[in-house]
Design a binder for this molecule. Structure first.
Ligand code: HEC
Ligand code: HEC
Length: 359
C-alpha cells in the first residue's frame, strides 16, 4: 500500500517538474523540487512573440521621469551615454524605421553602435531593462515603469510619438517599426539554418598541428597602455572578498607572469591592505555598488572618495543625508540617485569619509 502511494506521488512529480525528478534520481536525497513561486520568480523572460510579457502600460512622459531619476546618470539625458556607459540611442533614421534595417550599420566610418541601432526585437529591450537595469538595482522597476521607460527610449529614437502609451496590447505594432527589425538573420554558419541543408561549414577553418608543434600554448590577455586605467582602478571596483581582486591599473602592468587578474601571491598593495584591515566601509562600498560611480582617487560618474573626504571633514550627518537621499549640482549636473542601503551601513561609510576616507 505504502509503495503504491509512493509510485503515484512520483508520477505526479514527473508531470509537474520533470527537472526535479531527474535531479532526485541523479543525486538521491539532495535538494528538493523548486516551488511554483520559485519557478515563477526565475521565469521572467519575454520572447519575441511576447510570450511571458506581463500586462501593463506606461507613457513616454512617465518614462521620462523614470529615465531622469534612474537611468540618465549613466546613459545620458538623451541616451547618448555619459562617457563611461553604453550609448543606447542615436544613429537610426526614419528611413530605417521604414526599411527595418539600420543603414549606418553598413558604414565602416560610422562611430559606435548604439543599442537602438542593433536591437531587432522590442521584446529584448523590454526584457533586458526588466531584468538588468538600473545596473545598481536590477529588478527594482515596477512593470509599468518598464513599459514607460521603454516607451521613452523608443520615443528618443522616433519609433513612437511623444504622446504614446506603450502596453502589452500595442507592443506588437511597435515591433513593426523597430529600426533594425530585419537586421537579424539565421543565414550564417554560426547558426546553420534550414537554408544550408546540411552543407553548413564552420566560420573558421583551422587544421590541427601534427608536426613540430609548440609543446605548450600560453593563453594570456593584454590591454594597450592607453586603455589600462581608462575606467579607473579595477582593483578598487572589485569586491574585497573572493577570487577576483582586479588589477591595480594605477600601476604599470607587471612584466613577469602572464596573468594580472585575480591571483593572490603578488596582489597589488592597495588590495592587500584593504583585505588585511578589512575596512568595513570599503566592503560596504562594494556591497552597495557605490564603486559603479565612485573610485578612490579619480572621478568616475561621481566625485572621488578622496575629494569628498577632503571637502567634508567631520560632517558625518551631512554625508549620511546625502548618501541616503541623493542630490545634484554640488559636483556637476549629473545627479546622484538616492541609495537604498541600511542606515547603519550609510553611517559607517559617512563616518569613514568624514574621518579622511583613507584606504
Ligand atoms: C549605474 C549605471 C547605470 C544605470 C543607473 C543604468 N544603467 Fe543601463 N547599463 C549600464 C551598464 C554598465 C550597461 C552594460 C551592462 C553589460 O553589458 O553587462 C547597461 C546596459 C543597458 C542596456 C543594454 C545596452 C546594450 O546594448 O546591451 C539598456 C537597454 C539599458 N542599460 C537601459 C537602462 C535603463 C532603462 C536604465 C534606467 C531604468 C538604466 N539602464 C540604468 C549602466 C547603467
Ligand atoms: C549612479 C551613480 C552613483 C552611485 C551608484 C552612487 N553615487 Fe554618489 N554621487 C554620484 C554623483 C553623480 C554625485 C555628485 C552629485 C552632485 O554633484 O551633487 C555623487 C555624490 C556623492 C557624495 C557627495 C554629496 C555632496 O553633497 O557633495 C557622496 C558622499 C556620495 N556620492 C556617496 C555615495 C555612496 C556612499 C554610494 C553608495 C552607497 C554612492 N554615492 C553611489 C553618483 C553615484
Amino acid at each position: 500500500m505504502y509503495k503504491c502511494h509512493k509510485v503515484i506521488l512520483t508520477a505526479a512529480l514527473v508531470l509537474t517538474t520533470v527537472g526535479a525528478f531527474a535531479q532526485s534520481v541523479a543525486y538521491p536525497g539532495i535538494g528538493r523540487p523548486a516551488t511554483t513561486k520559485e519557478v515563477a520568480a526565475w521565469d521572467i523572460d519575454v520572447r519575441p512573440d511576447f510570450k511571458g510579457l506581463p500586462p501593463g502600460s506606461g507613457s513616454v512622459s512617465q518614462g521620462q521621469d523614470v529615465w531622469e531619476l534612474k537611468c540618465a546618470q549613466c546613459h545620458g539625458v538623451f541616451g547618448e551615454s555619459n562617457e563611461v556607459f553604453s550609448p543606447l540611442v542615436g544613429g537610426t533614421t526614419n528611413e530605417d524605421i521604414k526599411n527595418g534595417r539600420v543603414a549606418n550599420l553598413t558604414r565602416r566610418d560610422f562611430p559606435g553602435r548604439t543599442t537602438m541601432m542593433k536591437v531587432a526585437t522590442v521584446s529584448t529591450l523590454w526584457d533586458y531593462i526588466n531584468r538588468a537595469m538600473p545596473w545598481t538595482a536590477p529588478k527594482s522597476l515596477k512593470t509599468d515603469e518598464v513599459y514607460a521607460v521603454t516607451a521613452y527610449m523608443l520615443n528618443l529614437a522616433y519609433v513612437v510619438p511623444d504622446n504614446f502609451v506603450l502596453s502589452d496590447k500595442n507592443i506588437a505594432e511597435v515591433q513593426k517599426r523597430m529600426p533594425n527589425r530585419n537586421g537579424m538573420s539565421t543565414q550564417h554558419n554560426l547558426w546553420p539554418g534550414k537554408e544550408f541543408n546540411g552543407s553548413a561549414k564552420p566560420d573558421t577553418a583551422n587544421v590541427a598541428c601534427m608536426k613540430d608543434c609548440v609543446p605548450e600554448i600560453k593563453v594570456s590577455s593584454m590591454l594597450p597602455d592607453y586603455a589600462r586605467n581608462a575606467h579607473g582602478n579595477l582593483a578598487e571596483q572589485n569586491r574585497t572578498v573572493g577570487q577576483q581582486k582586479g588589477a591595480d591599473t594605477l600601476q604599470p602592468e607587471r612584466k613577469s607572469g602572464a596573468s594580472v587578474m585575480g591571483e593572490s601571491p603578488t596582489a597589488p598593495p592597495s588590495v592587500k591592505a584593504a583585505a588585511k584591515t578589512a575596512d568595513p566601509a570599503l566592503a560596504l562600498l562594494a556591497k552597495h555598488n557605490c564603486n559603479a560611480c565612485h573610485a578612490q582617487e579619480r572621478k568616475v560618474v561621481g566625485p572621488s572618495f578622496n575629494d569628498m573626504a577632503k571637502k567634508y571633514p567631520g560632517k558625518v550627518d551631512y554625508l549620511s543625508g546625502k548618501i541616503k537621499s541623493g542630490g545634484a549640482g554640488v559636483w556637476g549636473p549629473i545627479p546622484m540617485p538616492a541609495q537604498n542601503a541600511p542606515d547603519a551601513d550609510i553611517k559607517t561609510i559617512a563616518s569613514w569619509l568624514a574621518a579622511g576616507g583613507a584606504k
